[in-house]
Every structure is written in C-alpha cells, then in structure tokens.
Ligand binder design. Structure first.
Ligand code: SF4
Length: 366
C-alpha cells in the first residue's frame, strides 16, 4: 500500500492549506521519489498485503505520463488491485485519459467540488462546470469503470438549491464513488486571509449540517452506501486504499508531505497482552513523518515516532468511528453511550444521523 504525494498545482484553491508548489514537476523530482521508493523497498514489501498505489496531491495530473510510469516502476511495478490517480478535470484530455489506462491506472479521483460556475470561480478552481462534465465523459470513454468525484459543501453563498443541483447531476453521471467534504478554514490559506479581513464569514453549523443531510439523503436514494463520514460508494466500489487507512493497515508514503505507518518492525516490541483494551494482535507502530527540503524538492529524510499504546488506541477510535463498521466495543469501554452496534459482531459505531457531530462524540471517548 503506497501513497505518493505530488506537491504541484497550476493554481491555488481559495481554501487550500496543503503544502504544494506552483513550480512544474521536474525530472529531478521524479528521480528523488524513485530513489526514495527504491531505498524503502523492504517497507513497501511489508505493506503489500493491501495491493494499492495512490497518487495524491497537490495535483498528480500535472505529472506527464512518463513520470507516473517511472515512479510506479520504482515502487515495484504497474499492476495493482487498485491504482488511483487524483486528477483536475482541466488535465483530462482523451490522450491523457487513454495514457493513464495504458499505464495500468484503474481508478481516478476527480476534484469537481461544484457544478456552479460562480462557486468554482470563488474557489479559484481552474476548471469550469462544463470542463468537469466533459472530463467525466472522457474518462468513461477511455474505459475507466471506477471513478470517484469530490464535492464541497458548507460554503457561505452556496445555497441548498445549488448544492442539490450539483449532487443530483453528479449522481446522474453514476460515478462509482463520491466524497463530500465540508469547507474548513485552513491555516495559511487564502480563505483564512478572507476571514481575518472580514470578507468571509463561515456558514453556521446548522446550515452545514442541513447540507450534509441533504447530500446523505440524495446519495442514499441513488443507491450509494455511506461507509465513512465523507465517503459513499456503489456496492463493491469502496476505496480499497482509503479503507485501509481507517483500519490502520501499514502503508508507505513517498514524496514531501507524505506520512507512513510502519508496523511491528523487528526493533519494536510487540504489544503486551491485555493492555488498554487494544487487541493483542495490534503491534506497536511507528509513524514516520516525511521531511523534504522544500526549496530543492530533494534531500528527503524520515523522522519516526513510536506511538504509545494509548496513542494507538486513540487512533483506532478516531479512524474506526469514522466508518460504518465502527470499532471493537472493547476499545471504547463504558464511554460508548452515543454509539450503536454496527454490522460487525462486537463492534460499535456512531449512527449515521450523528456523523455530522462525530468529532465531538469521538473527543468524549478519548
Ligand atoms: S486544494 Fe488541492 S488542488 Fe487545490 S491548490 Fe490545494 S493541493 Fe492544489
């Protein structure tokens, strides 16, 4: 299970708080990612039980196809059960889409965000609504049968009617997967500056909650299963890669800004039995924090942190309670008053109608 962070964007979204550069990706950057992949071969093999490769960003679709191929080769090959590339609709030409297919990419995640022109301009997205429509058709024509579409809600100025029109139209496209994220004010973003200068006020929680419920009900009636707070899928089309994050499978993150999760390396003691309610099969885990020289986009080094048993328990709760399967009831002990049994024996979950306030429920449990 490999994640590659591609830290390049052609323009910056109003709400963006991620690390990304406006520079063009260079062959030197690709060399560096390949070197990192090759030097972490043992970790990559140790995480291969989940057979996925995910290019996230930034905007991975600014990478020429040859760069994607070279990085995949350095990761161990071009054949994965799920190989996802995040794309901006503006980059999806018939040639690029066909090239992705030819490489072996079998899933695309496209940031549409809205199908309202005014909203897209406010977000400073570089694609138009028509561009997103055309890109979706192009991906289908190229043979992609596993496409995810991202939508944003909770924006001041986004009416329920406009949001509903966007979600209903996307549902009519029948993507296999939909993700919906509430707008948040991130540190360092242009949006944060707007808030500080009084030119933007956040949408009240009540309106955000209403918009979330609207999305939930449209997607439910269209046959999409709500399997994680922000994610819906047609039957059998859940994201394998992202699902593995939520169950804390080990993964290797390559590139600047990527994190990794390593489990039970020889030097790390296995979990002692019967402590803190964490299942004994859970090994101690190191999260390595990637650190690149952002000026040169080179010179990576890894910093690792060995998590304590309590941190592992908290991570399991935070991640597991985002999902429909929930977590082992033993993890949350007696503090589980707002939880209900999930479909998995012995597991409890947050009911869907309380997912909007999941953060506060989780905060009470950890
Ligand atoms: S939100 Fe994503 S696509 Fe937009 S500027 Fe940030 S990293 Fe790039």
């Amino acid at each position: 299970m490999i994640y590659v962070h591609v830290p390049f964007c052609r323009s910056f979204c109003t709400y963006c708080g991620f690390y990304s550069e406006r520079a063009c990706p260079t062959a030197g950057w690709v060399d560096e990612v390949c070197r990192e992949a090759l030097s972490r071969r043992a970790e990559i093999e140790a995480s291969s039980a989940v057979d996925t490769l995910y290019f996230g960003g930034g905007t991975p679709s600014v990478l020429p196809l040859s760069y994607l191929g070279r990085i995949a080769d350095a990761c161990g090959g071009r054949s994965y059960k799920e190989w996802t590339v995040e794309v901006n609709p503006d980059d999806v030409t018939p040639e690029y889409a066909a090239g992705l297919r030819a490489l072996g990419v079998n899933r695309v995640s496209m940031g549409v965000q809205s199908l309202d022109g005014g909203m897209l301009r406010w977000m400073n997205r570089r694609h138009s609504a028509d561009g997103a429509r055309a890109a979706f058709r192009t991906l289908r024509d190229a043979g992609f049968d596993n496409i995810s579409v991202d939508v944003i809600f909770g924006v001041s100025g986004l009416s329920d009617a406009v949001l509903e029109a966007t979600v209903r139209e996307i549902v009519a496209w029948r993507p296999e997967h939909v993700s919906a994220y509430q707008l948040s004010v991130e540190e360092g973003s242009a949006l944060e500056a707007l808030v500080r200068s009084g030119r933007y006020s956040e949408l009240p929680d009540e309106a955000c909650s209403r918009q979330y419920s609207l999305i939930c009900s449209i997607l439910a009636s269209a046959g999409y299963g709500h399997y994680e707070i922000s994610n819906w899928a047609l039957p059998g089309r859940r994201a394998l890669h992202n699902s593995a994050y939520w169950s804390r499978s080990p993964y290797v993150g390559l590139g600047p800004g990527a994190h990794s999760l390593r489990c039970a390396l020889a030097t790390i003691p296995l979990h002692p039995q019967g402590t803190g309610g964490v299942p004994p099969e859970t090994p101690c885990v190191a999260t390595s924090i990637r650190s690149w020289n952002s000026e040169a986009l080179s010179g990576w080094r890894a910093e690792s942190e060995v998590l304590t048993e309590e941190q592992i328990r908290e991570e399991r709760i935070m991640l597991g309670l985002r999902t429909a399967e929930g977590v082992d009831a033993a993890l949350v002990g007696h503090g589980s008053g707002s939880l209900v049994p999930s479909g998995v024996p012995g597991h409890v979950r947050i009911p869907e109608d309380k997912w909007f306030v999941a953060d506060s429920i989780i905060a009470e449990l950890i």
